[in-house]
Design a protein around this ligand. Sequence first.
Ligand SMILES: Cc1cc2nc3c(=O)[nH]c(=O)nc-3n(C[C@H](O)[C@H](O)[C@H](O)COP(=O)(O)O)c2cc1C
Length: 351
Amino acid sequence: MRRPLSVVEPLRIGSLELSLPLVLAPMAGYTDSTFRTICLERGCGLVFTELVSSEGIVRDNTRTLNYLSTQPGERPIAAHIYGSDPEVMARAARRVEMLGRFDLIDINAGCPVPKIVRKGSGVALMRDPYRLREIVHAVVSAVSLPVTVKTRSGISPDNANISQVARAIEEGGASAIFLHARLASSVHSGPADLDVLCRVKAEVSIPVIGNGGITNAQNALFMLKETGVDGIMVGRAAIGNPWVFAEIAAELTHNKYHPPGARDWVNAMTRHLRGLYTAMSHENNQRKRPRPYPERAACNRFRGHLTKYLRHAGCPARARRALLEQEEVEPLLRLVRKALQSPHFDEHRKQ
Ligand SMILES: Cc1cc2nc3c(=O)[nH]c(=O)nc-3n(C[C@H](O)[C@H](O)[C@H](O)COP(=O)(O)O)c2cc1C
């Protein structure tokens, strides 16, 4: 099923058309709204919310509904929901559709986190393809938005039933499968299994979007060419480097990629941290017992991104340490500017 890749076709997921088949993976704790917007502006074709509980949505839980907050222009976007009860999932999906700011509903059937699996959700749905089909069917019947499923190549080496699961997803009426080509038992480590992507692509007629281990344009193109998947989804490689989408998009469209300079890194970090702080302050104000130090909480949450941004931007390790200890937004951003905007920084990076 290998094919030459000369022209990139738009990716059609039901009624939704993405001009480039490039997707940002959902990553709990990382894919906040500002970060998603930054990725969309750099060539990413579709973003996902963080994982949202269907039970929380139907109960109108404020914290759950905050996960469905988006920024104006943050499109196309998938609402990424989990649950195990077809009726609750259908009601939650209808509620999401009524918000009028989502382009598709994605069902999680791949999360291995114990508190999700214990409730029969996430990757537990792979154990029961019949139930998964029922859930997909219930959600598809409840909404007019396209419905997709994000899943894995299997639960463990002796329980790798993705072919059965993929058929159940298709029979349920889903418009595409996002396939993380690693077993749940491997979590996120080891190489992606390209043979599984190739096989599933041959077994179903809905689009398959491959995921796992993509870090640059070369391995993105390799996955597309070797497996014939219809699109690719990038996870950890986008953290601290949203330009990975610009790099892949340039390769797919035969354009030249222009790497970011120091000013671009500073602008992205500034926008990201300020956006995160604004969103977290808003959430904090809704709490019964607001956190005493919301600024510290925002800096803590940003730290995972900051480490990666600084590394990608070429900031020397000794300068990074002081930045990572900062717990106030504007002083931290002043240090970022100082570290990255010395007149010789770009020159130094080229060497
Ligand atoms: C911190 C973190 C959080 C994640 N959260 C989710 C999630 O909520 N839902 C989901 O389907 N996958 C989640 N994933 C898995 C990613 O979506 C993706 O499938 C995985 O990272 C493999 O892609 P990569 O090798 O490009 O990182 C998460 C991964 C990471 C690293």
